[in-house]
Design a protein around this ligand. Sequence first.
Ligand code: SF4
Length: 78
Amino acid sequence: MANHKFIISQQRKNCIGCGSCAMYSPECWKINDQDGKADLVGGVQKGTVIVAEVGMEYLEENKKAADVCPMQIIKLNK
Ligand code: SF4
């Protein structure tokens, strides 16, 4: 199977809305106007995390987002 997508997960309840993920990857992350936390675009709740399948073209910028997230709540799975 072609490896053309990867999985992002976010433990959204611990997000402090710093905006770093949205700065590095504005296509995948948007700050929510209501609660000020980051929304993972296309994300669905799975247990305690939000999960989305994302195209590989967004991998590098999301590695940066995961690195800089001060809460370390962004995880990537290929
Ligand atoms: S970098 Fe982390 S804490 Fe900051 S807005 Fe994104 S998910 Fe939330």
